[in-house]
Design a protein. Structure first.
Length: 586
C-alpha cells in the first residue's frame, strides 16, 4: 500500500492529467454562452428584459444576490454564467493548492470576472468578452506548461505533518512479592481488570524476564527478607542503562517517609501501603499503561471538487486524523450520523446547495450544534466571510491552503471541540457516555445493523443491593464501586463496544456484531470478575455483584423495544436471585 506522500504525489499527477479536459470544459461553456448571447440580442427589444449599458439586455434581475448554486433558472445564458463561475472557482482553489500558482491565479481572475457579471446582472460587454478571451489563453497556456512537467518534477515533497507512532497496547504486569498468599490474591484481583499479571519472588528471575519481554509496568514490594529496602535498590539497578525507564509502582507494609523517599528516588510513580486499595492501584496502572495516542480526530470534508477533497483528506490523515470526504453536499446527513465528525471542512460555493445553506441546515439540528464548521473558499471579501460565520460557521480558511497550514488550523479547533463534546456527552463520575447519549448511540447502531444485515446486542446492568452499600459504607464508597465497575467494563470490552451510565447504579452496553450467546458469555465473564474484586472502605472489605439483562437485534425489531426487552430481562435476573445474566425472549 502506498504511503500518504506517495498517494499525494499520485493525486497531483492525476490532477495534471485532468487539466486539459477541465480547461476545455470552461472554454466550451464560454463559447456556448457567446452563442446564447447572440440569440438573445437578436430577440426584439423588450422580450428579454430592459436595455442595459452598451445596448445590452439584462438576462436576470440585477438585484438578485450572487449565489454559486442552484443555477439561476431565468435563461440559458444566466445558467451558463453560473456554471462558468463554479468551474473557475473550483480550478482557482485546486490549482493553487496543488502548487500551480499561475494556473490558480488565471482561474481566480476569470472567476472574479464571471462573479462581477452575476452581481450586476448585465450581459458581458465587448471589452469583457475580449478580456475573457485573453484570460482563457493564459489559462490554457498555464495548463499546457504543467502538462509538460515530468513525473519527477511533479513528485515534490509536500511539507506535511507526520503522525506520531502509535504505542502498543501492552497489558503485561510484573509483580514482585515474597508473600505467596498476597501475591496470589493480587494476581487474581488485577487480572479481573484485564491485565496479564506474572508473579516473581526472585530478583534474578525478574531481571531475566524484563530482558526478554519488557512489561507495561512493575509492581514491586519494598521490604524483602534480605533488606527492608531491597525493592527500591533492585529497581535502581534494573533502570540503569535503560533508554526508557520502566513504570514502577511500589507496595509495602512500611508507610514512613524514608521508605517513600527511597521509592521516589528509584523512579517509583506510585506508592501503596498495605492493605492495598485495589481500586486506587488499578487507577495508577491505568494511568501508567494507557496508550498515549488518543482516538484519531474525525474530520468530515464537503467539497464538490473530488481531487481537492482527496488532497485535504490525505493531508489530514498523514497528520493522524480520520476523514470522510463527500462531493455532493446533499449527501451530508448519513456521515453526520454514522461518522460523528469532530469538525466539518466545507467549501463555501457548491452546486445544488452552497455552504451557507448547508451550515444553516446542520445548525438547526440540536445534535450537531456543537460541531465546528470551517469554510474553505477562495473568497477574500471580508464581509462575505463575516456573513458565513454569522450563518453558522466557526472560521474561514482562504484557498489555497498549504498542507501544514491546514493541519495547524484544524488541530486546535478539533481539540477544543472534542473536549467540549466530552463534557456534554459523558457522565462526570465514571467517564462513560451519559443516559441521553447512550440511547442515541443505540439507535445509530440498530440502524447500521439493519442496513448491514448484522446483529447488535444491548445489555442493561444493575448493581445488586447498591442502596445497602451506600447505607453501610457511605456514598463516597458507593461512588468508588461505580467507578470500579465502569473501569472493568472499559477494560474487558472491545474498543468497538459502547458503554454508558444509564442512571444511578445502572449501566448500558452496546455490542455491535454480537449475537445473544456471545453477549451472555462475555458479560458472564465480566460479572464473575467483578464479584471477585474486593471493595474497601476504611479498613473494611466487601464484594459486590451485578445483574444483567440482554436483548438482541434483529430478534427485537427496533431500538426502543430493544431497550425495553433488555430492561425486562434485567428484572428477571433480579427476580431469580440476582448475580445473573438473562437473555430476553425473541
Amino acid at each position: 500500500m502506498k504511503n500518504p506522500q506517495e498517494q499525494l504525489n499520485a493525486l497531483r499527477i492525476a490532477y495534471t492529467q485532468q487539466l486539459p479536459s477541465r480547461v476545455e470544459q470552461i472554454e466550451a461553456m464560454w463559447n456556448q454562452l457567446l452563442a446564447s448571447l447572440e440569440k438573445s440580442i437578436a430577440v426584439e427589444e423588450g422580450e428579454s428584459g430592459r436595455v442595459g449599458k452598451d445596448n445590452t439586455k439584462f438576462l436576470f434581475s440585477p438585484h438578485h444576490p450572487i449565489t454559486a448554486s442552484p443555477p439561476l433558472p431565468l435563461s440559458e445564458a444566466s445558467s451558463l454564467l453560473v456554471t462558468l463561475h463554479n468551474l473557475t472557482h473550483r480550478l482557482a482553489g485546486s490549482g493553487a493548492t496543488f502548487g500551480f500558482l499561475t494556473l490558480g491565479n488565471a482561474a481566480r481572475t476569470l472567476e472574479l470576472v464571471f462573479k462581477a457579471m452575476l452581481e450586476c446582472g448585465d450581459l458581458p460587454t465587448s471589452e469583457q468578452q475580449a478580456q475573457i478571451l485573453v484570460l482563457l489563453g493564459v489559462l490554457k497556456h498555464a495548463a499546457s506548461e504543467i502538462c509538460l512537467l515530468s513525473t519527477q518534477e511533479l513528485s515534490v515533497n509536500l511539507p506535511l505533518t507526520l503522525p506520531p507512532l502509535p504505542e502498543s497496547d501492552n497489558r503485561l504486569i510484573f509483580l514482585v512479592e515474597d508473600d505467596p498468599l498476597l501475591s496470589q490474591d493480587l494476581v487474581l484481583q488485577i487480572g479481573c481488570f484485564g491485565y496479564d499479571v506474572r508473579a516473581f519472588n526472585e530478583f534474578v528471575e525478574l531481571q531475566d524476564a524484563i530482558a526478554q519481554t519488557p512489561p507495561a509496568a512493575v509492581i514491586m514490594d519494598v521490604v524483602f527478607p534480605e533488606d527492608n529496602l531491597a525493592g527500591p535498590k533492585t529497581i535502581t539497578q534494573i533502570q540503569k542503562g535503560r533508554e526508557q525507564p520502566l513504570p514502577v509502582v511500589f507496595i509495602s507494609c512500611r508507610n514512613d517517609l524514608t521508605a517513600r523517599l527511597q521509592a521516589v528516588r528509584a523512579g517509583g510513580k506510585a506508592y501503596f501501603p498495605k492493605p492495598i486499595n485495589i481500586g486506587e492501584l488499578i487507577d495508577a496502572l491505568d494511568s501508567l499503561t494507557a496508550p498515549q495516542t488518543p482516538e484519531p480526530y474525525r474530520i468530515l470534508i464537503v467539497d464538490d471538487d473530488a481531487s481537492l477533497a482527496t488532497f485535504y483528506s490525505l493531508t489530514l490523515e498523514q497528520a493522524g486524523m480520520m476523514t470522510v470526504a463527500i462531493a455532493d453536499p446533499l449527501q451530508v446527513m448519513q456521515p453526520l450520523i454514522e461518522f460523528r465528525p469532530d469538525l466539518i471542512l466545507m467549501d463555501m460555493y457548491m452546486p445544488g446547495c452552497d455552504g451557507l445553506e448547508l451550515a444553516s441546515v446542520i445548525r438547526q439540528q440540536p445534535a450537531y450544534m456543537g460541531i465546528p464548521i470551517v469554510f474553505l473558499s477562495v473568497e477574500t471579501d471580508f464581509n462575505k466571510q463575516l456573513t458565513a460565520i454569522q450563518l453558522g460557521g466557526d472560521d474561514f480558511l482562504t484557498k489555497p491552503i498549504l498542507p501544514h497550514h491546514l493541519v495547524a488550523s484544524v488541530m486546535p479547533r478539533v481539540q477544543r471541540s472534542r473536549l467540549l463534546r466530552s463534557v456534554m456527552v459523558r457522565d462526570s463520575l465514571t467517564g462513560l457516555l451519559n443516559h441521553t447519549t447512550i440511547k442515541e448511540q443505540l439507535s445509530i447502531e440498530v440502524q447500521r445493523a439493519s442496513r448491514e444485515n448484522t446483529t447488535v446486542a444491548f445489555a442493561m446492568i444493575d448493581i445488586d443491593d447498591f442502596k445497602s452499600v451506600n447505607d453501610t459504607y457511605g456514598h463516597l464508597t458507593g461512588d468508588r464501586v461505580l467507578k470500579s465497575l465502569s473501569r472493568l467494563l472499559q477494560q474487558r470490552l472491545r474498543k468497538t463496544d459502547i458503554t454508558g451510565r444509564y442512571g444511578g447504579e445502572e449501566f448500558a452496553i452496546i455490542l455491535p456484531h454480537t449475537d445473544g450467546l456471545t453477549a451472555v458469555k462475555v458479560l458472564n465473564r465480566i460479572r464473575e470478575g467483578f464479584a471477585k474484586v474486593r471493595q474497601q472502605s476504611e479498613g473494611a472489605e466487601f464484594s459486590v455483584t451485578f445483574s444483567c439483562g440482554v436483548a438482541v437485534f434483529p430478534s427485537v425489531v427496533d431500538a426502543t423495544q430493544l431497550n425495553e426487552a433488555a430492561d425486562k430481562a434485567l428484572y428477571e435476573a433480579k427476580r431469580h436471585g440476582r448475580n445473573k445474566v438473562v437473555i430476553a425472549n425473541s
